[in-house]
Design a protein around this ligand. Structure first.
Ligand code: FPP
Length: 237
């Protein structure tokens, strides 16, 4: 049976530690992190990934020193400026999810332009989570519910994507976190209800196509039962 395209999410952690290990400034780690993003985006469609959601900046990351935030925002702007063209060529549809109202006007303009330019991409749906908080999105979606309607899991999931300026996507299949930490950090909490979790030691700037392939290999060995029984056990009843 043909496996339908997967939705993979990545918490790209470890940029700062990667830089510190080499005695470098954290900003170098973020720059190398952006190169890793390019590698992974390029490899994803061939590995059977249809939707890739990357956690680039959380709503709590505003607490970082202003200089680091500025580096990251510049990097995001630059990424969108340079990559939009490549996305069009490679059939990648780009979407930025998260709040927009706290994002600098120049970056917002860049986001709008990249989303418009890449809207026809059908090989990969690339979502970059920026000023993103899963709990806040759930709260905003709940506030949108009309008192006379009863949401379903599906309808609420769709609403959740829409309140974050995205379009509905399938539930998450695999969540990868690099950098050795084992937590979800407010990322895709609703969407990850039945996701397989994979925590890898490698720092994000060192992550590449082979690591992604290896992660998918590990995913393929997992048995997903969604609360049911293994097929052989169910038949025996
Ligand atoms: C977490 O590592 C990483 C971030 C908060 C930023 C993620 C940004 C990138 C990967 C670069 C560019 C992204 C795009 C989409 C162009 P950390 O800094 O918290 O690392 P640490 O835990 O080692 O300190």
């Amino acid at each position: 049976m043909q496996q339908s395209a997967l939705h993979v999410g990545i918490i790209m952690d470890g940029n700062g530690r990667w830089a510190a290990r080499g005695g470098q400034d954290r900003s170098l780690g973020h720059h190398e992190g952006a190169r890793a993003v390019r590698r992974v985006v390029e490899a994803a469609p061939e590995l059977g990934i249809g939707v890739l959601t990357l956690y680039a900046f959380s709503a709590d990351n505003w607490r970082r020193p202003p200089a680091e935030v500025a580096v990251l925002m510049r990097l995001f702007r630059e990424y969108l400026r340079v990559e939009a063209e490549r996305c069009i060529e490679n059939g990648v549809r780009l979407e930025i999810i998260g709040r927009r109202d706290r994002i600098d006007r120049r970056l917002r303009r860049r986001i709008d332009a990249s989303e418009r330019a890449t809207a026809a991409g059908a090989r990969l749906h690339l979502r970059i989570a920026l000023d993103y908080s899963s709990r806040d999105a759930i709260l905003r979606a709940a506030q949108c519910l009309r008192p006379d309607t009863v949401p379903t899991r599906d309808s609420f999931g769709r609403l959740l994507a829409i309140v974050d300026h995205g379009t509905p996507v399938p539930e998450l299949d695999l969540l990868i976190r690099t950098g050795g930490e084992r937590r979800l950090s407010d990322f895709l909490l609703w969407e990850a209800a039945y996701a397989e979790l994979l925590f890898v030691e490698r720092m994000w700037p060192d992550f590449g196509a082979e690591d992604l392939a290896q992660a998918l290999g590990e995913f393929a060995t997992r048995e997903r039962r969604y609360g049911g029984l293994r097929p052989a056990t169910a038949d025996a009843c």
